[in-house]
Design a protein around this ligand. Structure first.
Ligand SMILES: Cc1ncc(COP(=O)(O)O)c(C=O)c1O
Length: 453
């Protein structure tokens, strides 16, 4: 096949590469690419880059399977060895950005080297790898492949959601007073520009029960409410919302349910079909430990028909057969980074989400128990597992500004934390993931006690 014919044959691939869904059997296309790329790049097919091969070295694998006991620190030490942790830092801010394990940073590096070697030819191979990431993300979150599209982060997904739902002037969206700024902004912009109404309901932190949350939402609905929007887990207090119950309530009333899931994948098992929401936007670079700048967006299959894309690429935006590819990514994008999503999710799956959940729960329960003993300290997070996330623990200290306290803890002992300041609360946020240790929590309590006394 001469080069020009080869190019002409590749034309449909240009359309495919902006898609969220594959248009032909990935296996056959992969075979073709492996063969043609090897010829084009002058290398043997076996040297094709593959994000999964970074697990080939035994010492870069996490221990396979969960530990027998969740407090088996020897097991978690082996897991911890897979991270680029700095000895002078105690990292307790996974809710802002998770730490990539070594195989993930290696996969990103190897992917860019591969691109540097093969250029335009190599990017087709990487398209396959990115597709594997997208499908893995769908499975990881309990969705069908055709319901998932990769994004840069939760912020991008939330913006796509707010601009993609059909609404008329005067229609209302109801959200909580605890939304992240990235969840609020696209709605207030749409309100200013297109005359929709944004309303808020206050949910106390912590609430008394799941039913209280549902009742507060239900009471705040009006005949104009077309969309309800809330977090799966709130950014600051780490409140776990009764998503299933809220989505059921919305569906019964013909209201669209959209969820900000930035704080859950990788921290707690997520099953989107079980949750029953129409839309779910998330980052993966927090708890799922994928490279910074990666996330995904779920659009329920039955909802895709009426959902508008809000940016355009090199395929027809109105071809509904192509479902989510209309959302992007458009143009040339960071393929090695997206390809490494699969590496990170494989890493988590090797340990198992149930074990990760249990480990995170154990660490935050341990932390909460100690904070509750401290005079002047009050929890912003619930101790009830049904209302709290396993990874986020927030607390306020009487008479203390949380930004100041956070700064002192970092300056004094290298403890990296976040804070959440709102009209309704002023909290230091501790977000612990499975690579953190009880010893790090002891150190936080020790330094905090010292500072407060
Ligand atoms: C609840 C929530 N939504 C959205 C975001 C935005 O996430 P990103 O910056 O990864 O887009 C965050 C980030 O902390 C968050 O906590």
């Amino acid at each position: 096949m001469n080069r020009d014919t080869d190019r002409a044959n590749e034309a449909p691939l240009d359309r495919m590469e902006s898609n969220g869904t594959a248009q032909e059997e990935p296996g056959s296309r992969r075979q073709f690419l492996k063969g043609s790329l090897a010829v084009a790049a002058g290398v043997a097919a076996t040297s094709m880059w593959d994000a999964t091969t970074v697990f080939a070295q035994e010492d870069e694998k996490p221990p396979s399977g969960p530990p027998d006991r969740i407090d088996d620190e020897a097991y978690w030490e082996k897991v911890r060895a897979q991270f680029h942790l700095k000895p002078d830092t105690i990292y307790l801010n996974n809710g802002t950005l998770g730490l990539c394990p070594k195989p993930v940073t290696q996969a990103v590096f190897d992917g860019y080297v591969y691109l540097a070697e093969t250029g335009s030819e190599g990017r087709y191979q990487l398209w396959d790898e990115v597709e594997e990431s997208r499908k893995t993300a769908a499975r990881f979150l309990g969705a069908d492949e055709k319901e998932m599209v990769l994004t840069r982060n939760a912020t991008q997904g939330l913006s796509v959601i707010a601009n993609g739902i059909r609404m008329e002037p005067g229609d209302e969206i109801l959200m909580t007073t605890d939304e992240h700024i990235a969840g609020i902004q696209p709605w207030t912009r749409r309100a200013r520009r297109f005359g929709i109404q944004v309303s808020q309901v206050h949910i106390p932190s912590p609430p008394g029960s799941k039913q209280e949350v549902v009742d507060l939402f239900e009471k705040a609905l009006t005949p104009k409410t077309k969309v309800v929007f809330f977090c799966h887990v709130t950014r600051g207090p780490g409140l776990l919302y009764p998503v299933r119950e809220l989505c059921d309530m919305a569906r019964e009333k013909g209201i669209v349910s959209a969820v900000d899931g930035a704080q859950t994948p990788g921290m707690t098992p997520v099953d989107l079909h079980e949750m029953g929401c129409d839309l779910f936007a998330t980052s993966l670079h927090k708890w799922a430990l994928t490279p910074s700048g990666t996330g995904c967006l779920y659009v329920r299959e039955g909802f895709q028909e009426t959902f508008w894309p809000t940016s355009d690429g090199n395929g027809p935006w109105d071809d509904r057969e192509q479902a989510l590819w209309r959302i992007g990514p458009h143009g040339t994008y960071e393929r090695p980074i997206r390809a490494a999503i699969k590496t990170a999710l494989d890493f988590l799956n090797t340990i198992g989400m149930d074990a990760i959940y249990a480990r995170d729960r154990m660490l935050s329960d341990y932390l909460k128990a100690q904070l509750m003993e401290m005079p002047g300290v009050s929890l912003g997070t619930s101790t009830d597992h049904a209302l709290s996330s396993p990874g986020i623990t927030s607390f306020g200290v009487e008479g203390w500004d949380s930004t100041l306290l956070r700064g002192i803890l970092q300056g004094k002992a290298g403890i990296v934390l976040s804070r959440d300041q709102r009209r309704t609360h002023d909290l230091v946020r501790v977000s612990t993931h499975f690579y953190n240790t009880p010893g790090e929590i002891d150190r936080l309590i020790e330094v905090l006690t010292d500072v407060l006394s």
